[in-house]
Design a protein around this ligand. Structure first.
Ligand code: HDD
Length: 755
């Protein structure tokens, strides 16, 4: 059976209860439990783990044997114990001097339970606090073997990975769909040790030197007095910073583009950002930039969808990733590299490769695929894995080395340092998710949360008491040896090179590479964000920055703000657009996309069934939307409802179809609410269906209707002859035409106004 079907059939079941609260408490008598929630009195077999989650309990979350005898699966042991393994007979009542008497200090179970609870939270990441992760495998094509000796990049090698996606600014509980950069951090558990590629979904960064990182983050985080706004860049301090430090212009433009509001983690590119240095077996070196290319294409939300999702489903991206993996629609990316000769000046076609605010257009240096990443397993425990994973740009393996990018240098310090506060000490590499799969034989000892029971007496070398071990490896047996790069001689200075001072030609290239609709979205984003600022000086300075990118961009934003557009203060660079930067104009696979099918009792259920089958056949997910939960029709042919008019919202669907209506005079999309509305829409169409269709239309989604379903489109003000609206006689044929439209991601022709 199609694994996607499982996801489609998942129905939220209401907790059954008798509707009454517990009996009024009688002194001395514990309140009875609800009769429908009877407790088992003997241990019963626990539910089996979900197939997409971690394996047997003797394994760490990364699949490495832990050797620990204690069960790692919670709740799977027969008897409740305390932390010392002592069985407990009651965990609901404190020990008291009589049923109504004071609680006794000697109640160890109470104190231990509350003590542990009191310390369940650890400090969230200072940036990238909000995230979601998955396990997977990286399979190397071997195409990078000529430029790197990294063993995991040899032909056909499979390496387990753990990938964490994140937003940057928001707290751990913030919404997924805010406008922000997304983190894309990958831990490769290679045979030669851990390699972390800690990147973002944008190829450039706000700043050129890590010393400014605390400043940009202070500016982006909520204001320190009221701690608002959460997870937003639409406020004065952010815009104050990025307009005073014009090196931020390029990244800010990316953030204001559709890249700042991805449709899904599965549909984002990833970038290593910095230039890295690969080292081949023969010692030759090549400069590279890493790129992740998603199989499903690079897609975004529209701004209104992102805003709606923030309220309707703040876990939008987290849910999407976990559901897709659970359904067997495994997200995939190709890893690719752009290669550049390792020249002494580390420039390529006039672009400074050490300046992290620069891209090298793919047209100048094509991205060459070197392997495939597949995410195929959800974490079993969010805290143990997603929260405790610790990435570090300095986790490198032989064959991959760093460059002198000053942004990278500061990161090399920061990522070790931050874990000491966040994970409570220097032994975070021993946390199961962080454990290398290569044997570890370091001479680090002791410290908070030491998990190892080190043997021997001589954790130093050389020694003569522990057999002289450990020995040092050399180049022949896999040692990591820093590339002997010549350091330019010079005077110690706090300065940036002259080549770091062009802040506008790269943003101009990005702007000129966008399609008209993408430019429209960028104008909308700047107008929104600057419109949320209070300080006039900040808005005016931001317009000056825009004027230096492009006068048209500046004029359109200025109009929205009601301010005059300034003249440029720098000459415009003569840059060629890079078509690879645009997200529009290509056709992408539609696998894993969600199709809403709106119907009701008495609707064309045969048609609904046919559409469901066709959607599943195309490896997409059908979600039937009806007035209430349960099933439509009877017997074996009954159709399960996945979303009701109450729980459905357009943002969840990539396309919406309206099923054929019942016989004339029927009430397929009507409801009591609709009839009660004095000025309700025609044809008794439920206002929630009207909203769903109107939003789907506004957001450029493909819409279909068959056999009379178009009455609901008309009620929603959706012109049946508009681009991307398909009306047919037959459900499956209508779906086929809708699916073709979905390949372009949106019906771009519909965007004539700012969204
Ligand atoms: Fe960073 C986390 C990506 C610059 C300091 N960063 C963090 C994460 C990602 C990035 C994806 C989340 C990792 C996870 O999921 O646990 N950071 C970047 C990229 C940068 C960048 C692509 C520029 C190219 N970062 C950067 C600088 C500094 C930091 C310049 C400090 C000087 N970043 C950190 C950090 C974090 C972090 C404070 C917070 C949590 C953590 O490291 O483990 O050390």
């Amino acid at each position: 059976p199609n694994p996607l079907k499982r996801a489609a059939d998942k129905v939220t079941e209401a907790v059954q209860g008798d509707g009454k609260g517990p009996e009024d408490g009688i002194p001395g008598k514990p309140a009875p439990q609800s009769p429908t929630l009877a407790e088992p009195t003997e241990p019963i077999e626990p539910l089996p783990p979900k197939p997409d989650q971690s394996g047997p309990d003797t394994m760490s979350p990364t699949g490495q044997a832990t050797g620990a005898a204690r069960a790692r699966m919670a709740q799977s042991g027969a008897y409740l114990t305390d932390a010392q393994g002592v069985r407990r007979y009651d965990t609901d009542h404190s020990l008291k001097a009589g049923p109504r008497g004071p609680v006794l200090l000697q109640d160890h179970h109470l104190r231990e339970k509350v003590m542990h609870f009191d310390h369940e939270r650890i400090p969230e990441r200072v940036v990238h606090a909000r995230g979601a992760a998955a396990h997977g495998v990286f399979t190397s094509y071997g195409t990078a073997s000529s430029v790197t000796k990294a063993a995991f990049l040899a032909p056909g090698v499979e390496t387990p990975v753990f990938v964490r996606f994140s937003t940057v600014l928001g707290s751990r509980g913030s919404a997924d769909t805010v406008r922000d950069t997304r983190g894309f951090a990958t831990k490769f558990y290679t045979e030669e040790g851990v390699f972390d590629l800690v990147g973002n979904n944008m190829p450039v960064f706000f700043i050129q030197d890590a010393i400014k990182f605390p400043d940009i983050i202070h500016a982006g985080k909520p204001h320190p007095d009221r701690e608002i706004p959460q997870a937003q860049s639409a406020h004065d301090t952010f815009w104050d910073f990025v307009t005073l430090h014009t090196e931020a212009t390029h990244h800010t433009l990316w953030n204001m583009s559709d890249r700042g509001i991805p449709r899904s983690y599965r549909m984002m590119e990833g970038f290593g950002v910095h230039t890295f240095r690969l080292v081949a077996e023969d010692g030759s070196t090549t400069l590279v930039k890493f790129h992740w290319k998603p199989k499903l294409g690079v897609h975004s939300l529209v701004w209104e969808e992102a805003q709606l999702a923030g309220g309707v489903d703040p876990d939008f991206h987290r849910r999407d990733l976990a559901d897709a993996i659970e359904a067997g629609a495994y997200p995939e990316w190709e890893l690719g590299i752009q290669t550049f000769p390792d020249t002494p000046d580390q420039m390529f076609e006039g672009i400074d490769l050490l300046d992290a605010t620069n891209i090298v257009p793919e047209e100048l240096a094509p991205v060459q695929p070197i392997g495939r990443l597949t995410l195929n397993r959800n974490p079993s425990n969010f805290f143990a894995e997603t929260e405790q994973v610790a990435f570090h740009v300095g986790h490198l393996v032989p064959g991959i080395d760093i460059t002198d990018d000053p942004l990278l240098a500061g990161r090399l310090f920061s990522y070790l340092d931050t874990q000491i506060t966040r994970l409570g000490g220097p032994n975070f590499a021993q946390i199961p998710i962080n454990r290398p799969h290569a044997p570890v034989n370091d001479m680090h000892r002791d410290g908070f949360h030491q998990d190892a029971v080190h043997r021997g007496v001589a954790p130093y070398r050389p020694n003569s008491l522990d057999g002289g071990c450990p020995f040092l490896a050399g180049a022949d047996n896999g040692a990591y040896i820093e590339t002997p790069v010549r350091v330019p001689e010079g005077t110690k200075v706090r300065e940036a090179p002259e080549s770091f001072s062009d802040h506008f030609s790269q943003p101009r290239r990005f702007w000129l590479s966008m399609s008209a609709v993408e430019q429209e979205h960028i104008v909308g984003a700047y107008t929104f964000e600057l419109g949320k600022c209070y300080e006039q000086a900040v808005k005016e300075r931001a317009l000056q920055v825009l004027a230096n990118i492009d006068p048209g961009l500046c004029a359109r934003v200025a109009e929205g703000l009601g301010l005059p557009a300034p003249e440029a203060t720098v000459p415009f660079a003569d840059v060629e657009p890079s078509p690879a930067l645009s997200q529009v104009g290509q056709v992408w696979p539609t696998e894993g996309r969600l199709v809403g099918i709106v119907t009701a009792d008495g609707g064309d259920l045969d048609g609904v069934r046919a559409v469901r089958e066709a959607v599943l056949g195309a490896d997409m997910v059908p979600l039937v939307v009806a007035p209430t939960g349960g099933t439509l029709g009877t017997g074996d042919d009954a159709v399960t409802v996945q979303r009701t008019f109450v729980t459905a919202r357009s943002i969840e669907f990539d396309a919406v179809l309206v099923a054929g209506a019942p016989a004339a005079g029927g009430d397929a999309y009507g409801s009591r609410d609709a009839k009660a509305l004095p000025s309700g829409p025609p044809a008794g169409t439920d206002p929630r269906v009207v909203q769903l269709l109107a939003e789907a239309y506004r957001h450029g989604k493909a819409i279909g209707a068959w056999a009379g379903g178009e009455a609901a489109l008309e009620a929603a003000g959706v012109p049946v002859d508009a681009p991307g609206v398909v009306v047919g006689d037959d459900g499956a044929a209508t779906l086929e035409r809708v699916r073709e439209l979905m390949g372009a991601h949106r019906v771009w022709e519909r965007f004539t106004t700012t969204v």
